[in-house]
Design a protein around this ligand. Structure first.
Ligand SMILES: Nc1ncnc2c1ncn2[C@@H]1O[C@H](COP(=O)(O)OP(=O)(O)OP(=O)(O)O)[C@@H](O)[C@H]1O
Ligand SMILES: O=C(O)[C@H](O)[C@@H](O)[C@H](O)[C@H](O)CO
Length: 171
């Protein structure tokens, strides 16, 4: 498939919602490049999270700008990327859209108990499961004017990807 047929996409949601898992699979399905936002954090952010402290707006700003640049460059090159990025607040999504206005957000949402269970079962380079509560309290729901697809994380990663692809082809 021609990747330029698809818009740039940000797979968003709280830690443990499945952004890396689903983002990678979705990129395979639609033939886009996948970039994991986890890999773009400055070391200071990774150290802060590893120590059990949530990031604040100031910590996230340079990281979001890096992600925005990557979205812009991929779109400019004619091969819009799929990027996994929590994008928890409306203002963060606005920042990303300023870099790449055609970005579609794919929000992976689900019950805190289910996500906590997945986090407790998982090993991560720097993100402790204890930070889920702050992620959930920071999350701002997608608003009606935001181009986005909402999916339920009770579905399997494969079903989520099929649903997103179907939704994209209907847009
Ligand atoms: N839809 C799903 N169904 C079942 N398990 C899932 C699903 N999505 C992800 N998982 C599992 O849940 C865990 C968290 O997924 P993943 O690491 O992709 O989340 P994430 O949002 O990228 O997290 P973080 O932001 O902390 O990196 C992993 O062990 C993954 O295998
Ligand atoms: O905005 C944030 O607080 C961070 O992006 C976190 O969400 C982590 O990076 C991610 O969840 C761990 O992979």
């Amino acid at each position: 498939m021609n990747s330029a047929a698809y818009p740039p996409m940000v797979v968003m949601g709280v830690s443990g919602s499945g952004k890396s898992t689903v983002g990678r699979l979705l990129a395979d399905k639609v033939g886009s490049v996948f970039i994991d936002g986890d890999d773009l954090h400055p070391v200071s952010n990774k150290e802060k999270m590893a120590a059990g402290h949530p990031l604040n707006d100031g910590d996230r700003e340079p990281w979001l700008s890096t992600i925005g640049d990557a979205l812009f460059e991929s779109t400019n090159d004619g091969a819009p990327a799929i990027i996994a990025c929590s994008a928890l607040k409306r203002s963060y999504r606005d920042l990303l859209r300023r870099h790449a206005p055609s970005t579609i957000f794919v929000h992976l949402s689900g019950a805190s108990e289910l996500i906590q269970h997945r986090l407790d079962e998982r090993n991560h380079e720097y993100m402790p499961p204890t930070l889920l509560a702050s992620q959930l309290s920071t999350l701002e729901a997608i608003e009606a004017d935001e181009p986005a697809i909402e999916v339920d994380v009770r579905l399997s990663p494969e079903d989520i990807v099929d649903l997103v692809a179907l939704n994209l082809s209907a847009k």
